[in-house]
Design a protein around this ligand. Structure first.
Ligand SMILES: Nc1ncnc2c1ncn2[C@@H]1O[C@H](COP(=O)(O)OP(=O)(O)O)[C@@H](O)[C@H]1O
Ligand SMILES: [Mg+2]
Length: 475
């Protein structure tokens, strides 16, 4: 905001002194002219100028004192009779002038008071704005939603510069998370002059998401129509993340309870059923027409057993037990295990890149690789190529597993890492969540990309030496 006047308490002393001096000199000069040109008594009205100088000084008594001063000069003149003005003139003329002086002094004093008041108001607004800018993310827009002002915090959190934001509308930070109806409700509310409040997910310039508690207040004109909106936001990203973590922990705790029941009540009887079937099978001739059916049943029991295992691992992850090993032989072992699965029997699998030595939980890493290989095999119906590329970057091991399958549709890419999300008739939807958690337990990441050239690429990025296992939060 523009500064109108030097702030109160910082009175411009030298300027005031100069004006006071000018006032006195002017009064003396007018007095001298008034005396030496006795007939030009209208000259006396120029004393008003002395009082008007009060507009430029911050010394409050100035208008009154100067009016009193010039009136004294008039009275002196009348009493001493220096200017030889004829009595009727002087007795009517001089009191009238004194009246004009008092009126002028009142006007000047009143004006100065208003000026001080409005300055104090502006100052207070400025202070409020400064306080708000410190506390919140602030933006204003015109009625069409075009951004007309953003504060530093807005630039900071969104990652955009002020120049990039001004003149744009808020679609620039839209994360696409909220429904059209939600946005429509926002606009309807503020266009009707009402305040809108909600939690909003935005996207920063670098693609990062952030959550803000948002209040939008319309500024209304005299007819009650909005002419501007101010949006005041607070960063609640950390709270949102904590809430999500809590919800996930609660879900995990429930899964954990269920897994314990399932393990006990289902896994043990299943093992019994499978054993009994195998005994029956061993008593049949190899040509028995019922043998393939029994083999199929055993196959299904095995996949049920795997699902239960996954459930147990997911619900009760164990902290990594790091050992030091070579990655290439581990990948070869995983390929060997893949071959035993019907989907992976005739897949082309290649390993590229240098061998690296890893310190990590060998068993967990092998299970993760096998999981990704099986997913690729299933996505390609057993026909296609998988390339595993090893690279070493800044003390980290980067393993890419690329397939020539159909890829993952963009609309479900976010979901495939969620527990129990599956597109398969007999899938458990726990493979990727477990794989990602294994990566995270090692201080690493598991990400996915679907290049334009087709297929799916999963990238496992873990430190060459696994960090000590992070404390699992008590569920
Ligand atoms: N390589 C891949 N190509 C295509 N889709 C994949 C691939 N890997 C995973 N997916 C998708 O991700 C989903 C979740 O995978 P996952 O968590 O392993 O569970 P599941 O394999 O039991 O379905 C799969 O159902 C599939 O739709
Ligand atoms: Mg899977």
């Amino acid at each position: 905001m523009r500064t109108l006047e030097p702030p109160q308490g910082h009175v411009d002393k030298p300027r005031d002194a100069l004006i006071h001096l000018a006032g006195m000199t002017l009064a003396a000069a007018i007095f001298a002219v008034d005396l030496s040109l006795p007939l030009a008594y209208a000259i006396g009205i120029l004393y008003v100028l002395v009082i008007v100088l009060g507009l430029w000084t911050d010394w409050r008594p100035y208008p009154v004192l100067s009016a009193m001063g010039v009136t004294t000069l008039l009275v002196l003149d009348v009493v001493a009779g220096w200017s030889d003005n004829p009595p009727p003139v002087i007795f009517v003329d001089r009191p009238l002038m004194a009246l004009v002086f008092i009126a002028t002094a009142t006007i000047v004093a009143r004006f100065k008071q208003l000026e001080r008041q409005s300055f104090a108001n502006v100052q207070q607004l400025e202070d409020l704005k400064r306080a708000l800018d410190h506390a919140a993310i602030v933006a204003t827009t015109d009625v069409t939603g075009r951004i007309t002002y953003v504060n530093d915090k807005f630039c900071e959190i969104s990652g955009y510069s002020r120049e990039e934001l001004l003149g744009q509308d808020h679609r620039i930070i839209n994360s696409g998370y909220h429904s059209k109806a939600f946005i429509r409700d926002l606009w309807r509310t503020i266009a009707n002059g009402r305040v809108w409040h909600a939690e909003f997910r935005n996207r920063a310039k670098d693609g990062r998401f952030y959550w803000v508690d948002t209040t939008i207040v319309p500024f209304l004109d005299a007819r009650g129509k909005p002419h501007q909106y101010i949006a005041i936001r607070f960063d609640i990203t950390a709270r949102k993340a904590a809430e999500a973590r809590l919800a996930q922990q609660a879900a995990l705790a429930r899964v954990g309870q269920m897994a314990a029941v399932v393990a006990h009540e289902v896994r043990n009887p299943l093992a019994g059923i499978k054993g009994a079937l195998q005994v029956l099978m061993s008593r049949r001739k190899a040509t028995d027409p019922e043998l393939p059916v029994m083999r199929d049943v055993v196959g299904r029991i095995d996949s049920l057993g795997e699902l239960i295992n996954d459930l147990m691992i997911f619900a009760r992850p164990r902290p990594p037990r790091p050992t030091t090993f070579q990655l290439r032989p581990l990948l070869a072992e995983a390929i060997g295990m893949l071959r035993r699965d019907p989907a992976g029997a005739s897949l082309e699998v290649a390993i590229e890149g240098p061998n690296v030595t890893l310190t990590a939980d060998e068993e967990l890493i092998r299970a993760t690789v096998l999981n990704l290989l099986l997913n690729a095999a299933q996505a390609m119906n057993g026909q296609g190529r998988v390339t595993m590329t090893i690279a070493e970057q800044e003390k980290r091991c980067v393993l890419q597993i690329r397939d020539t399958g159909p890829g993952i549709p963009p609309e479900i890419r976010d979901q495939v890492f969620e527990p129990f999300f599956t597109t398969k008739a007999r899938g458990g939807g726990l493979g990727l969540p477990i794989a990602r958690r294994t990566a995270e337990l090692h201080g690493g990441t598991l990400t996915l990309a679907c290049p334009d050239s087709g297929g799916t690429v999963f990238t496992l990025n873990v430190p060459l030496r696994a960090l000590p296992a992070p404390e699992e939060p008590a569920a």
